[in-house]
Design a protein around this ligand. Structure first.
Ligand code: PLP
Ligand code: ZN
Length: 415
């Protein structure tokens, strides 16, 4: 918090103090999560160095405390959030015909998705504001991640999820002791009910598109990518997009490093959605305002027909000279399979949507095979076992007999 100057409306530029209870711009209204946290980049550059960070023994997002909007003395949840591995899987590179492809496996967070980066900040801000209850609506991962991070410090949660949230995520919620409200309707319905309840009971709001501090948590994935690449920024960062908070966070992270003078250029961002639900891709490609869409995709985490952070997301992609693209559910399922097979990394459908999009962008020549690319796997495949099995097919069924096994293997041409 020592480096935070205040909040700035991305819409009208109005500056506001970073104070309790201020979430949105009073001039523009509360619709689109329109505040950004502004830092004193000169001060960061003067008092903090890349070397200090590199020498840090804190292997979590808190190694970047200089870039975080939290008080130094607020108790931190004990779960280790962030510092997920950045791999360069040669098998995957080869199968994609690329020479410099990295995978940031954010399924390796405490509750197995990138959302932990935002939720841990929500919990800390709630503690700073002396809140005893936090609430959010979520397609599933924000929910399970808030529930886990809140459970780690004994804060009560109310979670609103749409009825189609996968079982694995619901199981996490229940194990973490959340009050789970399964809203019989869409994500949009869940969002509205949560907003009403938050107002009615005065709970702390973890809805990432409204609370400006959460994008600050999400941006740490960009800070890590930069550090893990020795501050040599990639040409492209590719990831899936639902509400748009994650891609906005990635953009903000690189912007912050750039403004502090820690990196000397910015990567292009490629945002990927599913064809069955791609309001932001359409808005980007047609250069028109987004319109609500159906939520018709297996990638439940990005089945967001009414995106909550469209402005920040589109701005981040445009400012980076990046692009957006939609892929089919079949391509997403195929990406789960070939990522797993060639790298040993298991992503949920929305977790691998970026990789499905990367394939397209290579084919259309937007991304070159020699470009240095980081694809973020945003969530772990075990969260959604039903779709994983749909992607991978059935196991071989054999009687417990070696003769039968030999026959079955022979049938399949396996020696
Ligand atoms: C939430 C989520 C996304 C998309 O993030 P947005 O901020 O909604 O754009 C992508 N992948 C996974 C696994 C997620 O949980
Ligand atoms: Zn404003």
């Amino acid at each position: 918090m020592e480096n935070v100057l205040g909040l700035r409306c991305i819409h009208c530029g109005k500056e506001l103090p970073a104070k309790t209870g201020i979430f949105t711009c009073p001039t523009c209204g509360s619709k689109d999560g329109i505040l950004d946290v502004e830092y004193d980049y000169k001060r960061i550059n003067r008092l903090n160095t890349r070397k200090q960070v590199e020498n840090s023994k804190d292997f979590s997002i808190f190694r970047y405390h200089a870039f975080l909007p939290i008080q130094p003395d607020t108790p931190r949840p004990h779960l280790r959030v962030g510092w997920s591995p950045l791999y360069k899987p040669v098998g995957l590179e080869k199968s994609m015909g690329m020479s410099s492809l990295y995978i940031k496996d954010d399924g390796q967070n405490p509750t197995s998705s990138l959302k932990d980066r935002a939720s841990v900040i929500a919990v800390i801000k709630a503690i700073e504001e002396k809140a005893t209850t936090i609430a959010c609506s979520s397609t599933g991962n924000a929910a399970s991640s808030l529930a886990g991070n809140a459970a780690s410090v004994g804060i009560r949660t109310f979670i609103f999820v749409p009825s189609r949230a996968p079982q694995g995520k619901i199981a996490q919620l229940l194990i973490f002791g959340a009050n789970v409200i399964s809203v019989q309707g869409s994500y949009e319905d869940a969002f509205h009910l949560s907003a009403q309840a938050i107002e009615r009971w005065g709970w702390y709001n973890r809805n990432a598109a409204v609370n400006p501090y959460l994008v600050e948590g999400k941006k740490t994935v960009a800070l890590e990518i930069a550090e893990q690449l020795q501050w040599e920024v990639p040409d492209w960062v590719v990831l899936s997009v639902g509400d748009g908070c994650t891609i906005a966070g990635v953009g903000k992270g690189f912007q912050d490093l750039y403004r502090a003078g820690w990196i000397d250029r910015l990567p292009k961002l490629a945002g990927v959605q599913s064809e069955g639900c791609c309001p932001l891709v359409e808005a980007f490609l047609k250069d028109q305002p987004w319109v609500p869409s159906e939520e018709n995709t297996i990638a439940d985490s990005i089945a967001v027909g009414v995106p909550r952070n469209p402005e920040k997301a589109l701005r981040a992609v445009r400012e980076s000279n990046g692009t957006m693209i939609a892929v089919s559910d079949e391509e997403i399922l195929a990406a789960m399979g070939f990522l797993g097979k060639t790298s040993g990394i298991f992503g949920e459908p929305a977790g691998v949507t970026g990789i499905a999009g990367l394939k397209h962008l290579l084919a259309q020549g937007t991304i070159k095979p020699s470009d240095k690319v980081v694809a973020i796997v945003t969530g772990n495949g075990l969260k959604d076992v039903k779709n994983a099995i749909a992607a991978a097919g059935k196991p071989m069924r054999v009687e417990p007999s070696l003769t039968v096994l030999i026959e079955e293997l022979k049938k399949r041409g396996i020696e």
